[in-house]
Write a protein that binds this ligand. Structure first.
Ligand code: ADP
Ligand code: MG
Length: 596
């Protein structure tokens, strides 16, 4: 067992044993609330910490869980367990609808939608006669398990903490899996976004919806427990104020870690109680002054510990051994499925009169060329020639204004980037897009996305381990191929630019592409790093891989490529062997004209 797993087991044991010890009921009540808050906040660790999405509506989702079961059990005598099922279904439905409406749009729509949704639900709860208006519903029955009623706080405690710890384990497992890698790649605040995961074949919209629905379900579960613990419900704990407070707990504790949720929940609950007693005494009048204190604390935390408080606590704990991941150092699992490879010389990529106009500017003007299997094709030209735009047209990132692109005879122009990837084209990025707080190995494993299948549920239940082993083993194989295996367990953000570019190549290779597209791989590299990169590319060519290299640096491509297309002002200037290109006065003029 790893120290972390031991720690988790110890924590779970201590939590389980607590009510058996002479602990005052006050503390059991406090811990119940902490468990309930942590459940909601865990959803935010997934949504905000991993995915970079913000929701103010988690309290409102808790409200659905609470009210559904409270109403069903009081008005219709339905069992709380059926009430839970109904509450989760209703929550999933609402979250799906909200997510479907807002998650395709840019980042601000989701927070706004969750605010609107919180307000709407709050006033609905407060104005429906059937739900008791602002007085709420009284006489909610306790939950019972196998005939044992969880009427006392010391009993429902176990259920609350079983749920909270179970959810923590599920979220931990999810984040360390095929879907989890995509989720963690989405976070804009950590340099992520949708471009890279889409290029690796993942539907980022799908994963945003999954995260949003899961977070909503965790909140609903918390609300359900709360309703049957309190034995009553009213609208106030489910309003926007609590929606903000959950976000506050997440940020305070640290959204980057599952344990940040527990830290934040505990800190807020414990200090809130102290402040509610202390502040009125200090100030002399009663009121919700703790909100002001929390506001100040939040600003201070964001200033001095932007990752929240858990990472500070974590420094005092034993560090996990990186490399103890079940990464396939000694390869044993079956390899992932491989693509049927094109024969050497087969026509692989056909770029046919592609065109791109930005308003009046024709950035790419009817460019045509072909790449055959086993070839390294270079696309060069001075700055502003239209290389990157051409790259975007081929890789499915930019819509074409005209022309067609075919891969192995199939039309790929007009397809989204993830479909282009599925058909066998993989790419790297001019501005490196690695997930900095994931290891090099995990980053490369994102490349195996299209060759694996495990979904979020399988990941949470750990039914994905055999496939995960195969994916990590494949990632390791690609790292060995480019000579970076010894860096496998380093965080990608700690590498220099040269090795980072190589990691991007390994990630692209992990998708088993027929054609690899490299976007200015030498840009920004030092001389030695360029040499190392050239050596790797030459080796890949030797292995029969086909490459399209878009590059500004003419010297870099000269010794590497079989053929070169030179662009200038959006047009094809010349196509030929490196020697022909080098001898061309037009090319020299183009480069001299803009370079010096
Ligand atoms: P290169 O990669 O060869 O340096 P680009 O393809 O980036 O050239 O750009 C070609 C031309 O298209 C440039 O004049 C650039 O300013 C213009 N351009 C590129 N992208 C856009 C865009 N999104 N909107 C408007 N103009 C663009
Ligand atoms: Mg460019």
């Amino acid at each position: 067992m790893q120290p972390r797993q031991l720690g988790l087991a110890g924590f779970a044991l201590a939590i389980a044993a607590l009510p058996l010890l002479p602990v005052p009921p006050f503390w059991i009540t406090q811990l119940n609330y902490i468990g309930l808050f942590a459940l909601v906040t865990l959803g935010l660790v997934l949504l905000t910490g991993a995915g970079g999405l913000t929701s103010f509506g988690q309290a409102a989702f808790a409200g659905i869980g609470a009210y559904t079961s409270a109403w069903l059990s009081t008005a219709h005598g339905v069992s709380p367990w059926l009430g839970l099922l109904a509450g989760l279904l209703l929550t999933a439905g609402v979250a799906l609808l909200l997510g479907w409406l807002t998650l395709r749009m840019s980042g601000h729509y989701l927070p706004l939608a969750t605010i609107a949704w919180s307000l709407a639900l709050y006033y609905t709860m407060g104005n429906l006669d059937a739900l008791g208006r602002y007085d709420g519903l009284l006489g909610v029955p306790p939950i019972s398990i196998a005939g044992i009623s969880l009427r006392e706080e010391g009993r429902i405690y176990w259920l609350i903490w079983a749920c909270a710890l179970g959810a923590a384990v599920a979220v931990l497992r999810l984040l360390d899996s095929r879907p989890g890698r995509v989720m963690r790649a989405l976070n804009l605040h950590r340099g992520g976004g949708i471009t890279m995961p889409e290029a690796m074949g993942a539907s980022t919209f799908h994963y945003k919806v999954v995260m949003f629905v899961l977070a909503a379900l965790l909140a609903a579960l918390s609300g359900w427990l709360f309703a049957h613990m309190q034995r009553s419900v009213n609208p106030s704990p489910f309003g926007i104020k609590f929606g903000i407070e959950y976000l506050f707990m997440a940020v305070l504790g640290g959204v980057g870690s599952v344990w940040g949720a527990f830290t934040g929940a505990a800190l807020v609950k414990l200090t809130e109680d102290q402040l509610q007693v202390l502040l009125p005494r200090l100030i002399g009048t009663a009121g919700s002054y703790e909100i002001i204190v929390f506001g100040i604390v939040l600003v201070l935390v964001l200033k001095f510990a932007p990752e929240g408080l858990w990472p500070i606590i974590e420094r005092w704990l034993p560090q996990p051994r990186r490399g103890a991941t079940p990464a396939a150092d000694g390869a044993s699992a079956a390899p992932l499925p491989a693509r049927e490879k094109p024969a050497r010389g087969e026509l692989l990529l056909q770029v046919q009169a592609v065109r791109k106009a930005f308003g009046g500017l024709v950035a790419v003007n009817d460019i045509s060329f072909e790449v055959r299997a086993g070839q390294i094709m270079g696309l060069i030209g001075p700055n502003g020639a239209g290389k990157s735009t051409t790259f975007g047209l081929i890789s499915g990132v930019l819509p074409l204004s005209g022309g067609e692109v075919l891969l192995r005879g199939q039309r790929i122009s007009g397809l989204p980037a993830r479909e282009v990837a599925r058909r066998g084209m993989s790419r790297t990025f001019q501005h490196v897009k690695l997930v900095p707080d994931m290891t090099v190995l995990e980053n490369v494993a994102i490349g195996t996305y299209l060759r694996t299948r495990s979904g979020s549920l399988a990941a949470m239940l750990r039914l994905d381990r055999a496939e995960e082993q195969r994916a990590l083993q494949e990632a390791m194989r690609q790292l060995q191929r480019i000579g970076l295996a010894d860096q496998a367990h380093v965080l990608a953000g700690n590498l220099a630019l040269g090795p980072q570019r190589l990691v991007e190549i390994a990630r692209a290779l992990a998708s088993d592409p027929s054609l690899l597209l490299l976007d200015e791989p030498a840009a920004g590299l030092r001389h030695q790093e360029k040499q190392a990169l050239a050596a790797v590319l030459r080796q890949l060519k030797g292995e029969g891989l086909s490459l399209l290299l878009v590059e500004h640096d003419m010297d870099f491509v000269m010794n590497l490529t079989d053929r070169i297309v030179v662009m200038e002002f959006g047009q094809k200037l010349i196509e030929g062997t490196p020697a022909e290109v080098q001898a061309s006065p037009a090319v020299r003029a183009a480069y001299l004209g803009t370079e010096h």
